[in-house]
Write a protein that binds this ligand. Structure first.
Ligand SMILES: Cc1ncc(COP(=O)(O)O)c(C=O)c1O
Length: 432
């Protein structure tokens, strides 16, 4: 733990403000796995102080952050383009962008694609434009950044209607009852908490039959799942071209948003969209003019990463699949509940008692397992727990350690089990 910040008399306003965010402040102070300073990294191991841990909080699914071919690609691009283009994209972009948009479009099989630095930039700027003064139907568990985009849209005159998470019937009722246009349905692809994907075909049908647009954030699916094929190595499909292709859908009435910052370890993101919409967004979406572009190193690692994906991506995906399956089988053996029904590599494990989070977090840390803590108030009390993410770069001995520690955790602390979970859901339904 680093030094405590100074308290001065003139900080009265700060004390009052801190009192309003007490839960979050306590959380940050009490968890060794929140806002940690990571002193060193070796492969998928990290050192915090003098403690080495296996990293199961990385979203670098394909392990390209450590891939020598990707790392070696960077100096050549820096030599040609410098460290950062710095022009806003509306003024001008290195030709690398045009090449990357072509490659991305070909991989996705979409009509076109548009690159911006982050998915957050895209949600904040594109959702308000697409919805205008119409209505946004928002999945109850869509990612926080989609909610932030929705708040901006509301500020610009849009109406927001929430539907129950993944509940196509509820969505259809709301859409049919609404007369307002434009209408946009916003959902996550592979959900960042549950690891499950929505039924894209059903959501797309509702969008198409009701003159709406389906807007999908597939931050965690892109690079991991892709088009199905008789040649696939596992049921995650080939090429990692995302949830729309994975479910055999077209892009009609669908905008897919995803990024390279997770599976491809590079600061860059994209929308798959029709070319006419792309042309409008170039002038209408604020970050295209008002924000800086991605650094050249990220363009270089994306270009190299896409080439690696062509040659070895399916082998890496198979590695993630195999390792995730081992962990899922272990959970099954221990009768530990997880909302993950897909087998995709994000596994959330809720605790039976939310106030055990400190001791469980500390135990994981002491045993050398680094995970994402899902603590109250970041998640509801009955979802407090931890999330494991598995990447191709987690070696088998880390997976063995994880399986061992899961056994110890289930012996020492109370986790949720299937029967416990169904009682909880029934109680929640009874409460309304
Ligand atoms: C589902 C989802 N959407 C959006 C984001 C934000 O992505 P970015 O860092 O590109 O803004 C994240 C990041 O964790 C995410 O999980």
């Amino acid at each position: 733990m680093r030094d405590m910040p100074l308290r001065r008399e003139s900080d009265g306003w700060l004390e009052r403000w801190m009192a309003t965010v007490e839960d979050l402040a306590r959380l940050k102070a009490s968890h060794p796995m929140l806002d940690a300073v990571i002193d060193e990294q070796e492969g998928r191991r990290i050192r915090i102080g003098d403690h080495w841990l296996a990293d199961f909080a990385s979203c670098n699914y394909l392990g390209l952050d450590l891939d020598q071919e990707v790392l070696d690609a960077v100096p050549e691009y820096l030599a040609k383009w410098g460290s950062h283009p710095s022009w806003s994209r509306l003024l001008g972009s290195p030709v690398l962008y045009e090449q990357l948009e072509e490659t991305t479009t070909a991989l996705l099989g979409s009509e076109d694609s548009l690159l911006l630095p982050t998915i957050t930039h895209i949600h904040m700027s594109v959702i308000p434009i697409l919805v205008g003064s119409g209505v946004l139907f928002l999945d109850g568990r869509a990612h926080k950044t989609i909610y932030d985009g929705a708040s901006i849209a509301r500020g610009h005159g849009a109406t927001i209607q929430r539907f129950r998470h993944n509940d196509a019937d509820h969505l259809e009722q709301l859409v049919k009852a609404s007369k307002t246009t434009p209408r946009v349905i916003a959902v996550d692809g592979v959900n960042s908490m549950t690891g499950n994907a929505p039924d894209v075909k059903e959501f797309a049908r509702i969008a198409r039959e009701n003159d709406a647009l389906l807007y999908i954030d597939d931050a965690h699916g892109f690079g991991v799942i892709g088009e199905r094929s008789p040649d696939e190595l596992c049921e995650w499909g080939l090429r990692g071209n995302g949830v729309v292709r994975h479910q055999g859908e077209t892009y009609d009435n669908i905008i897919l948003v995803a990024g390279f910052s997770k599976a491809y370890s590079s600061l860059l993101s994209f929308l798959a969209l029709p070319s006419r919409l792309k042309d409008v967004l170039k002038v209408a979406a604020p970050p295209y003019l008002y924000s800086g572009p991605s650094p050249v190193a990220s363009l270089a690692t994306t270009i190299a990463g896409l080439a690696v994906n062509d040659h070895r991506g399916d082998l890496y995906r198979y590695e993630i699949y195999r390792k995730t399956r081992t962990v899922m089988e272990r959970l099954h053996e221990l009768d530990i509940y997880t909302p993950n029904e897909s087998g995709f590599p994000l596994i959330e494990i809720p605790l039976a008692h939310h106030d055990d989070i400190d001791v469980v977090g500390r135990y994981l840390f002491d045993r050398g397992v680094y995970v994402t803590m899902a603590a109250y108030p970041l998640v509801p009390k009955d979802e407090v727990g931890f999330r494991i993410q598995i990447t191709a770069a987690n070696p088998d001995d880390q997976i063995e350690l994880l399986c061992e520690v899961l056994g110890e955790i289930s012996e020492r602390f109370e986790l949720q089990h299937k029967h416990h979970r169904s009682l909880l859901l029934r109680a929640r339904e009874a409460r309304g």
